[in-house]
Design a protein. Structure first.
Length: 391
């Protein structure tokens, strides 16, 4: 049966409307997919830095030095016949270190004693002659000149006796010096001369035998920059007992130590600043009862400089960026900003920020690990808190 003309005309119109509907549906589905694929702003936790008074410590690099250092030299010349110590051990003051051949000096002592005996006999004889002359002078048996002569002989004999006594004491002292003793207690170095060698004594050109350095207490020497020195000088001038220079308590740690386990006191500040470095030399005295600290060892010293108002943030909020340290902050437009900061010490569980923050910033304290959190990115900030811990 043939299709009516009216039906044939309406059929293409229906098909065209069907295509248009499908196109609109496809557009709506695509727009919905594009909206669902758009990334959401990453969530971060932000908080303002904590403002708190913290102890200010100034740190300096320094070096331990012996309080006393002695070069042990020969006082008399002769052959070295014995060594009484082990290289590098601790010795006490008065310990015998070396023995120089004492036989020539013992002979000199005997000779001096004989000279003393002779001088005593001579002095006794001249004294007797003088007494006799004084008794005979009134009877005119002896002239006054004879009396004066015998008086002079007696005086000369007494002087010779004194000289003989001095020679004997000098000979005994030289004999005593053949036993070279430790002048101070401390750690001894190695021997500089072996047994069998001839050593020279005296004030000039005396042979160096070894050296000794004292260990307890020990000095710690460091250099303080001029601005720090002026600040501490002003603190001392204002009579604040908690701070200052001479007499102030210091803390020290070695290069392999993390805690400030050693303490001492500043006992010396130099009388002028160095014109080349702009620093002043200072020294602290530290107890070293276990002899662990060795002269020449480097360490770090910190000196209490009073309390200051500081900003604190979690140490995890600090991000290393090549040679500097940065923190992420969120502005009013919720965009991430970068702040370069200078850090101070750890205070409890938080890190002191010396400079770089004003205190009004919203610092990102959590969520920095998300790769989408980067400078200029829009984030979703969530308010958090920075907790301080007592220490």
């Amino acid at each position: 049966m043939p299709i009516p003309l009216s039906n044939r005309l309406r059929r293409p119109v229906r098909r065209r409307y069907g295509y248009e509907v499908l196109a609109v549906v496809a557009v709506l589905i695509g727009h919905s997919l594009s909206l669902s694929a758009q990334p959401t702003a990453p969530e971060v936790t932000v908080a303002k830095p904590v403002s708190k008074k913290v102890a200010q410590w100034d740190e300096y690099i320094g070096q331990f030095q012996a309080q006393r250092r002695v070069e042990v030299r020969a006082r008399v010349s002769g052959e070295l016949v014995k060594i009484h110590f082990t290289d590098g051990l601790v010795v006490k003051a008065g310990d015998i270190l070396f023995t120089i051949d004492p036989r020539p000096f013992a002979i000199a002592v005997e000779s001096a004693r004989a000279e003393v005996a002779r001088a005593k006999a001579q002095a006794a004889m001249t004294s007797t002659d003088l007494e006799r002359a004084k008794q005979l002078a009134p009877s005119k048996v002896l002239t006054l000149r004879d009396v004066d002569q015998r008086q002079a002989n007696s005086d000369i004999a007494r002087a010779q006796l004194d000289a003989a006594d001095a020679t004997l004491r000098n000979a005994e002292l030289n004999l005593e010096w053949t036993l070279v003793r430790a002048p101070i207690g401390g750690r001894i170095s190695d021997r500089k001369v072996d047994v069998g060698n001839l050593v020279s004594g005296g004030q000039l050109g005396a042979s160096l035998l070894t050296t000794i350095v004292s260990l307890d207490p020990i000095h710690f020497v460091f250099n303080m920059p001029e601005p720090d020195y002026l600040r501490y000088a002003r603190i001392t001038r204002s009579e604040r007992a908690s701070s200052g220079l001479s007499g102030d308590t210091i803390q020290i740690r070695l290069s392999d130590e993390r805690e400030w386990t050693r303490s001492g006191q500043v006992d010396f500040v130099d009388n002028q600043l160095s014109g080349k470095s702009g620093t002043i030399r200072a020294r602290a005295v530290v107890e070293n009862a276990d002899f662990f600290l060795t002269p020449g060892t480097f360490g770090r010293l910190r000196l209490f400089g009073g309390e200051v108002e500081a900003l604190l943030i979690p140490d995890a909020a600090v991000v290393p960026d090549q040679s500097r340290k940065i923190v992420f902050t969120v502005g009013s437009d919720n965009k991430v900003q970068v702040k370069a900061v200078t850090l101070g010490p750890i205070e409890g569980t938080l890190r002191v920020v010396a400079s770089g923050l004003s205190g009004d910033e919203r610092v990102v304290i959590a969520g920095m690990a998300n790769p989408a959190v980067r400078p200029g990115a829009v984030v979703n900030p969530v308010a958090g808190t920075i907790k301080t811990a007592a220490h």
